[in-house]
Design a protein around this ligand. Sequence first.
Ligand code: ADP
Length: 241
Amino acid sequence: MEKPEKLIIDGKRLDGRAPEEMRPLKIEAGVLKRADGSAYVELGENKVLAAVYGPREMHPRHLQRPDTAVLRCRYNMAPFSVEERKRPGPDRRSVEISKVTRQALEPVLFLELYPRSVIDIFIEVLQADAGTRTAGITAAAVALADAGIPMRDLVSSVAVGKIDDMIVLDLTKEEDQWGTTDMPVAIVPRKKLVSLLQMDGNLTEEEFKRALDLAFRGCEQIYQAQRQALKEKYAIKPEGE
Ligand code: ADP
């Protein structure tokens, strides 16, 4: 796609959304039979799966830590997830995203409960349209809960940014590409703790405050959808249903 002259026309974005509106969000918990916990997230055109294994004994043993579990995280994009086929396997971007995802999730886990163990999180991006790291974190938090791993809270994540001098919620690929600023954020909602904050581009202090406030509001919507997905999976259904 060519760079459009404007990304916001008459207060509407290219996909018809208002500046503070999120793309349609769908979350499903427990979608994979062989994982201990799993979740599927669609956010607009993004499709992301998360699978959790563990806590289980860490092998090889020299990687064990006597006082705590180790959290491992692998973010991976399928070759068919983007327009031009992506070369399979890890690259600098996926290594970085795996690390920040782990750091975004660690604050809600009680890793000290499981010495010598490992918890593995696999995030597979099936279709990408900007915001995959945040959708991955949102999915992983639900998958951890689905695995029955004790947690202080969920982690909810969404990107905010600036396009055509406006602060907007949840950028698409075009908005990320042609806009001024992309700022992915993850939040531990109950404590109002920020566990991921990255920024491509720049914002004034005042714009940053507005963007962060919008991220908090976006994450609140995501949090409700995450809880709803877990409730749907674990609701006690009446006999015969
Ligand atoms: P995020 O997906 O978290 O927004 P980036 O800002 O790095 O991460 O990427 C924005 C979007 O750019 C991705 O969601 C994807 O649509 C696209 N993209 C990222 N890496 C590649 C790649 N190697 N090839 C093609 N498109 C890519």
